[in-house]
Design a protein around this ligand. Structure first.
Ligand code: SF4
Length: 354
């Protein structure tokens, strides 16, 4: 496996577009088509060493070895859960931990990538923001998560969801560039319909996202309560962009996506799992044509929230069903591997600080 080179001077190749790889080849006095070949070796062949590359002259390989690095994050550890999920912990060049999860379910392999180190959004039930926000991830660090996870697990990846640590639309340019690399024929060639970007509800960024040429990419919105007074407490961004504003932008931009929205809804005992929550959520989903993904909460040590009982979760679903809202219930992939978003990273971060 390729380990991240910790020297700052080396250019990292993962995260470069085919055009940028062509420019890099030219800067090494090689023909531009070497850039296309580089894209193929990196994104299609997932190489672990330049020794595997047969069609490059020795001199070019040497230049690549000396002047570039393939990935700029390093693998730290992986944890397997009984439900077949794998959580990988990586470390950035500047020494911070980040997490990536591979969820294997119903024959589909979905990777959940992180887009930031920490998170500014401070959702009260989430581990990712508990140690504050450090910085945005670079496109190369987002792309490296998929590249290394494929190497480590040897698994194929069918779907990508931007639902790991961070608010993807806050790191707009890097996320868009990583999507280009995941989606392009010369890149990982993962269909746009298999990519989901999640947001906690940054209204201006949703507008901007809808103007990108990203039709077919799914936008998922973390709703977590259909009532402003509750949502303000658990999803603080609601104090800036309330549900009226959020619903307005979703309604206005609906036609541009070409896909239905998804509402993410983490069920928290006694907070947002009442029948009236389900009824109101149904109205919202119906209004903008959204499907609802219910998520059973994974408790974290720093928050006092509890998971709703199975009976309550079922009752919630029944109401959605009656209102004809398409929905799923995810009972935690990897409950036994510190599955809550950001939790493994938080533990390692605290151990490191002692
Ligand atoms: S739920 Fe998402 S947006 Fe909210 S703090 Fe966690 S990572 Fe950030």
């Amino acid at each position: 496996m390729i380990e991240a080179n910790l020297q700052n001077t080396k250019k990292c190749l993962l995260g470069l577009t085919q055009k940028e790889l062509q420019e890099l080849a030219l800067s090494f006095d090689e023909p531009a088509y070497r850039g296309k070949q580089l894209a193929n070796w990196l994104y299609h062949q997932n190489i672990s060493s330049w020794d595997e590359v047969k069609n490059f002259p020795k001199s070019f390989k040497q230049k690549l070895e000396e002047g570039t690095t393939i990935s700029n994050i390093e693998f730290v550890e992986s944890k397997f859960s009984s439900d077949d999920s794998i959580k990988c912990l990586f470390r950035s060049k500047d020494g911070y931990f980040l997490e990536t999860v591979l969820i294997r379910k119903n024959g589909r392999h979905t990777i959940c990538v992180s887009s930031q180190l920490g998170c500014k959004m401070n959702c009260s039930f989430c581990a990712s923001s508990k140690e504050g926000f450090i910085r945005n991830l670079k496109a190369t660090e987002i792309v490296s998560q998929l590249f290394l996870l494929k190497q480590i697990t040897g698994e194929r990846v069918d779907n990508i969801v931007y639902m790991g640590m961070g608010e993807p639309l806050e790191n707009f340019d890097a996320v868009m560039k990583s999507i280009e690399i995941f989606n392009s024929d010369w890149g990982f060639h993962i269909g746009a319909r298999k990519i989901t970007v999640s947001t906690v509800g940054l209204v201006p960024a949703i507008k901007k996202f809808s103007q990108e040429k990203l039709r077919q990419i799914r936008l998922s919105i973390s709703v977590h309560s259909p009532f402003d007074d509750v949502r303000r407490e658990i999803v603080p961004i609601n104090r800036k962009y309330d549900l009226t504003e959020l619903m307005d932008v979703l309604r206005n931009e609906k036609g541009r996506y070409g896909r239905e929205y998804t509402f993410e809804y983490t069920l928290l005992k006694g907070i947002n799992d009442r029948p009236e929550d389900a009824v109101e959520l149904s109205k919202m989903a119906n209004d903008v044509g959204a499907k609802v993904n219910l998520i059973a909460y994974n408790p974290i040590p720093d928050a006092s929230f509890e998971r709703s009982s199975l009976a309550v979760m079922r009752r919630f679903r029944e109401i959605l069903d009656k209102k004809k809202i398409r929905n799923t219930l995810r009972i935690s992939s990897g409950a036994d591997i510190d599955a809550a978003c950001g939790q493994l990273r938080l533990q390692r971060h605290r151990e490191q600080k002692g």
